[in-house]
Design a protein around this ligand. Structure first.
Ligand code: 9Z3
Length: 309
């Protein structure tokens, strides 16, 4: 076991609320009328790898969900419907602008006629209102569906369910796989049921998660526009690995990025060419986001793909 994706799913218990997610996905995709430009599945955030069935401990990764949540906003702005499939408690579109105490600092509280009234400080009003309007619009127009996962197993079940919902759309489906998915896991039958005792150093052995991009591209959504991400920490490997993935899975675009520079630089790799998108220092200072440029370019590549179909 471990190399074949069918065995992998057969041995991996489905998440308890999977049927509910399937229903939401079905309703959402069916509700999008003929005028919708396309539906984008954006995956975002990292996955956990539980070490115990009654999970106390797990292996995790760094992903904060910035790439995914920011990209989702730009897709919505460009008229696409978005299924935002994200790791529970990582960043979400719109609310990501107001996280932590930064948000509380935008508010003030006063007592008026014996009642506590909370107001937004005038200097933050424009900004909050701008984001709030976009958020409300996405909800009112029913253009945004959010579904969550935590473990790598939940991610994989949900990904397959989302593909099944998107398959009927053919080339109108875009997959933008920005989540940082674990390459390793502990198969359920090898996992400790209870909390691993601390009486001695644990013997933890991880297995390979099968490469899910393979069945995804060739079987689940064969007519969709598929974008994967490649993350490296060694610059020398980045482009060759991205190109290997493209050749191996035969999808449409790989967006390659380095761990430490991912917010300011990516490389767009298609079958025809590869080129960099970078933010200048001036753009960074202005608070510009690289995802805006990624999405603009992606749409150009996608439009060409549509024309070819
Ligand atoms: C990415 O490369 C994303 O851009 C990041 C975004 C995870 C770096 P943040 O969430 O980070 O904004 O903090 N995602 C894909 C990473 C990945 O695991 N790719 C696999 C690989 O490189 C291929 S599917 O092997």
């Amino acid at each position: 076991m471990g190399s074949n994706w069918e065995d992998f799913y057969a041995n991996l218990p489905a998440p308890r609320d999977l049927d509910n997610s399937i229903e939401l996905l079905k309703k959402f995709t069916e509700r999008q009328g003929p005028s919708v430009r396309g539906i984008v599945l954006v995956t975002s955030g990292g996955t956990t790898v539980p070490l115990e069935h009654n999970t106390v401990r797990f292996v995790d990764n760094f992903s904060a969900g910035t790439r995914g949540s920011v990209s989702a906003e730009y897709f919505l702005e460009r008229g696409y419907a978005v299924i935002f499939m994200f790791r529970h408690k990582t960043l979400e579109p719109y609310s990501r602008h107001f996280t932590g105490q930064k948000f509380l600092e935008m508010l003030e509280t006063n007592e008026i006629n014996g009642k506590n009234v909370v107001t937004v400080l005038p200097e933050h009003s424009e900004r909050i209102s701008e984001v709030l309007k976009k958020y409300k619009q996405a909800l009112e127009q029913e253009k945004l569906l959010e579904i969550t996962f935590t473990t790598v197993g939940e991610y994989l079940w949900l990904l397959r369910a989302a593909c099944q919902a998107l398959a009927p759309l053919g080339p109108r489906a875009i997959l933008y796989l920005a989540a940082a998915v674990s390459d390793f896991y502990i198969p359920p039958n090898e996992m400790s049921v209870h909390k691993i005792p601390s009486s001695g150093p644990p013997n933890i052995s991880l297995q390979l998660v099968p490469k899910i991009l393979k069945p995804l591209v060739s079987l689940w959504v064969p007519r969709a526009f598929v974008v994967s991400f490649k993350l490296e920490t060694d610059e020398n490997l980045l482009i060759s690995k991205a190109r290997d993935a493209l050749n191996k899975y035969n999808h449409n675009l790989v967006i390659a990025n380095m761990l430490h520079t991912r917010k300011n630089k990516v490389v767009m790799v298609t079958k025809e060419k590869s080129y960099e998108i970078t933010l200048s220092n001036e753009q960074i200072e202005k608070g510009e986001e690289i995802e805006k440029y990624i999405i603009d370019d992606l749409i150009i590549i996608y439009t060409r793909f549509l024309e070819a179909h």
